[in-house]
Design a protein around this ligand. Structure first.
Ligand code: 13P
Length: 253
């Protein structure tokens, strides 16, 4: 059984004050054992998030990482530094990083390898844009992104990775993918993992959906057989809204 993940990607939101408020509001609540809850604040809020999440079962993730562990790389953050801040997860290859900061499949792959080698679980983002979808290129593009992301990964490492399917046209737009269609593409991602590795590994990898997830639509995604959870942007910023998503998911366990 794959344990479902509810992950929040705060992007460039929630400074120290909002982060303190978030964790202080949520820390008394108990996370159901059948769910893994991950919050990914900006780098500057990780320290306080680590302190305030101590004793809760909320796990922390970062939103990016560099592939070297130290050295003259001005402005970058290493996987070891993230571990020191209590991170267990790191989002890699989000479409905003690929689109605004020129991250290529090769860079994404290097970051994934470095994360795994240093004990972080990558949440690898893939997703097609609207033109690709309209041109019927979704399946081939997603397969290609997954293959490139997993290049040179050992099978026993792949079992631990998390993949997030985030169609670009559904991010921050209020427009979600149809849940059945998201389920189909996620099945294709799993099948790609099976082709590269094995059925057993493909059945272990958790694949999430992301793009305009909110309390009102969470159940339709969480009830799909291939969807192992969600990566939530805007609706993860406020503790009460994020908690509604967790509560609704709990009912489906
Ligand atoms: P929204 O939930 O705001 O659409 O963002 C999705 C996302 O990009 C999560 O990584």
């Amino acid at each position: 059984m794959r344990k479902p993940i509810i992950a929040g990607n705060w992007k460039m939101n929630n400074g120290i004050e909002e982060t303190s408020h978030f964790f202080n509001s949520i820390k008394e609540k108990s996370i159901p054992p059948g769910l893994e809850v991950v919050v990914c604040p900006p780098f500057t809020s990780l320290y306080i998030a680590d302190k305030l999440s101590d004793g809760s079962s909320i796990k922390l993730g970062a939103q990016d990482v560099y592939w070297e562990i130290s050295g003259a790389f001005t402005g970058e953050i290493s996987p070891i530094m993230l571990r020191e801040l209590g991170c267990k997860f790191v989002i890699i290859g989000h479409s905003e990083r690929r689109g605004y900061f020129g991250e290529t499949d090769e860079i994404v792959n290097k970051k994934i390898l470095a994360s795994i080698n240093n004990g972080l679980i990558p949440i690898i983002c893939v997703g097609e844009n609207l033109t690709q979808r309209e041109n019927g290129e979704t399946d081939s593009f997603i397969k290609h992104q997954v293959e490139k992301a997993l290049k040179d990964l050992e099978e026993n490492s792949v079992e631990k990775v998390v993949i997030a399917y985030e169609p670009l046209w559904a991010i921050g737009t209020g427009k979600t993918a149809d849940a059945e269609e998201a389920n189909r593409v996620i099945g294709l991602i799993r099948n790609t993992v099976k082709q590269i590795y094995s059925e057993k590994t493909a059945e272990t990898v958790r694949v999430l959906y992301g793009g305009s997830v909110k309390p009102e639509n969470i159940k339709q995604f969480m009830s799909q057989p291939e969807i192992d959870g969600v990566l939530v942007g805007g609706a993860s910023l406020k503790p009460e809204v994020f908690w509604e998503i967790i509560e609704a998911s709990k009912q489906l366990l």
